[in-house]
Design a protein around this ligand. Structure first.
Ligand SMILES: [Zn+2]
Length: 171
């Protein structure tokens, strides 16, 4: 069984559409990171929910890097603001890779940073430090909570956009 194919017990289960939308982020993370400044101030894009399944299950108990849904803006900001934790050099060309997903296990302490380089290389960088990375990501999400609450108060009932809508906007 895929060790990442667990959902948190009681956590939100994504619809098919939401799962596909998250995959769209995986496949287009390059442009989304590169043009972060163009969408980061728009709450509809910043709070796009991603269902990344960054959960590791031990005897049915889910231990999470961060619980789903993870806001796209928080995830991108975390990757950009913590280069020492979430960025690495492409083994092919040496350019910086910004991973679109983090997996791993608290037991081994290992994290796989899954990414795709502009040169075409795709793969993982395996690093140690599961806890420190989880803390950084959750810390970013918590620090965005205030903005989220404020946004909900100012624009009640306004739904976040989808990754597809963000990509259309960036075209
Ligand atoms: Zn490369």
């Amino acid at each position: 069984m895929d060790k990442n194919a667990f959902f948190r017990k009681g956590g939100p289960i994504p619809s098919n559409e939401q799962s596909l939308d998250t995959r769209l982020f995986y496949h287009n993370a390059g442009i989304i990171y590169a043009r972060y400044d163009e969408w980061k101030n728009d709450d509809r894009y910043y709070f796009i929910p991603l269902f990344m399944r960054m959960t590791y299950s031990i005897r049915g108990v889910g231990i999470e890097l961060a619980p789903d849904p993870v806001w796209l803006g928080s995830f991108a900001r975390c990757t950009l603001e913590h280069p020492e934790l979430f960025q690495y050099k492409c083994p092919e060309c040496g350019n910086i890779v910004l991973p679109f997903r983090y997996c791993g296990s608290p037991l081994s302490g290992r994290v796989d940073l899954e990414g795709e380089c502009s040169c075409g290389w795709k793969g993982y960088e395996m690093v140690s430090g599961w806890f420190i990375r989880g803390e950084a990501l959750r810390g970013t999400i918590i620090s965005d909570q205030f903005r989220y609450t404020k946004s909900e108060l100012i624009h009640p009932g306004v739904k976040p956009a989808s990754v597809k809508e963000l990509l259309d906007y960036l075209k």
